[in-house]
Design a protein. Sequence first.
Length: 410
Amino acid sequence: MLDMPSRITLSKSDLLSPNLELPSISSLASIFRNRKFKLELLPYKENELRLFKASCNSCNYSIKSKWPINTTNLNIHFNKKHFNLENHTIDNNLILEDNSNIENSSINTNTTNNTLNSYFSNNKKRPSFILFSKEDYKYNLLNFIISNNLPFSIIESKTFNNLIKYLKDDLPIISRTTIRRELDIFYNLELTKLKKELSINNSLFSLTLDEWKSSNNIDFLAITLHYRDSKFNLRSYLIGFEYLNNYITYTSNNLYLTINIILKDFNIRNKIISITRDNASPINSTIELIRKKYNIKYNNNIIDIKCAAHILNLISNSFLDYTFFNNNTTKKFNKDINNIVEDNIDNNIIDIKLLLANSKALPNIVRTTINRFKYNHFLKHLFKKVSLNKRIENNSNIGSKILIKDNVTR
């Protein structure tokens, strides 16, 4: 059965000609007009009739045929494999003008110039009928992995592929190597875009630094950039997440070199106005070195801001450790106070001597205050409840001493 308008006729001489062109899409069979299949003209071969290729726009199925093209098998394939799309209407954006050439009528799914943010921020409703795009499938798969913090190996797992095949049994296979490569491409696009944005920005930049050790003893340094853009919107970007275990010791020179290389790469060394950081000893000396060198090189008087949250975090950590787990005495503290008094016995500064004398009572005050919490049954039961919930949430038997250091628990 031919589903072809009678006015489309091609003679033998036409089919032997190297100059043969496809007719407009409006004059082809409905299966091509409705974008279920795409028709292509195969390359010319001397003294041979031209061949045509019909490719399904929803899977990898295709056939080669001479003219006229019998669309019966094409309709059978679409009705059998893609019956759920048969009665849906075509999105208006997919319909081309009548004079469009079939070779130029495929939907443009090339998103190479898109950035990761611009793609993932597109929340438009999916049309009821849409041509399958392998590129869109890759990008949505990448979004799924990143948003749920999943390993790339999930796309090769049997259960995941069973789910995908249930939804679409002829879906092309994408390996984790391919999807990881796509992530690298998007990262480099975002990086280039950010560097360009920073180069034309007229404001100054602030940094936050945080150095810490993970539970598996891997040390990192995180560097975050903050600034106001041309519309006075606050922008923040993580520009460095550095692995520090390559260093034997974290000297100020090593940390300075790490930070300086990153700032040089983004070309913002002469625009730093402040640095907010934690209070670890290596960071203290590193900040002093940065301020000194940048003041000489770029005339930058960088403002040093010690993170109050970090200090309070250390205080609460020590407080909670003692409150729930350690029964420390105050003898050592008393001994330290007495040593300070003895060292300053000839000191003429009365205020210091008075302060130290009054401080001798401090251990008892602190201990009494803590004991009021320690033996408060309401707080003890509340802590046990929070610890139990955290164990269930983490699906582990992690101890209370570790859980109490968790920020949410605290």
